[in-house]
Ligand binder design. Sequence first.
Ligand SMILES: [Zn+2]
Ligand SMILES: [Zn+2]
Length: 324
Amino acid sequence: MKKENTELRYDILSNEWIIISPKRGTRPNNFQQIKDCPFCDIKDQKEPKYYFYKGRENKEKKWTTIVIPNKFPVFEESDISEDILENNFYTKKISPGFHDLIVTKEHDKFISDLPVPRIEEFFTCISKLLIEYRKSKIVKQVAIFHNRGEKAGASQPHPHYQALSLPIIEREHQNELNNFKNYYNKNNKCFHCEINKIEKINKKRLIAENDDFIAFCPFAPKILFQVIISPKRHTSSFEEINEKEKKSLSKIFKKILLKYDNGFDNLDYNFFLHNSPLDKEYPYFHWYWSFSPRINYFGGLELGFGLEISPMTPEEQAKTLRKM
Ligand SMILES: [Zn+2]
Ligand SMILES: [Zn+2]
């Protein structure tokens, strides 16, 4: 049987890469078919890469957090790597890569329900994966994200977090990198360090702050109740985080997610890490987390023209979140 490889196809009209991955269509949806949870009992999973217990890697395979290669990966670890031109016109790319899942032990506990040391353990797994991916010659961008609930794209109710390496830098991230670079070249300072400073002074969109991080609603939000968590210390890639910062991040992360849990009725959301690509150094970039609740649905204006309409000012959104 011919193995169906994932293809990246380039859309010349929008300058976007699209992922075509037929085997992803075969993965089960446990929100719809009630079956045994594939993460409560991991016997049918691939062998985990890392087992973590009490904040440390555990060689006896005892775990509260594990990293497992996705059984239905978008990209697979293989030697195949091809750039193909179709009809001397369309461009597609077949490339290997990584697609790992970080799974936490409890079936019904999300990040917001876990104690701070367990959240630190989750961040340690992310650092470890970034260090591993950086050694590979094929990885450019890494997408680290979480889908909470069916509306946010999850196919399993058991909390899991995804790390997907890409052999390209997708359009939105490339655009963001260009903006950081241009701002740095013009002003000789980091764009996001400046945003952090302004949000601290302005306070209207500020939601929470500690020694190492600030959380705020962005000045021009794409999503209703979108929140950014940004480190105060300028670093480009997440694995540069130190132990003190990891604890501070865990606390502020939990605080924001508890606001979503307490202020809304069973809110579905995504969160994403905006990180520098791993193929070279991007000193002008500043990593941050972005949280997107799934409250408003996209209509024609958003889907067709990329124009988001927010029914509430971000200042009002931040005020509401501060009280939650
Ligand atoms: Zn489970
Ligand atoms: Zn910065």
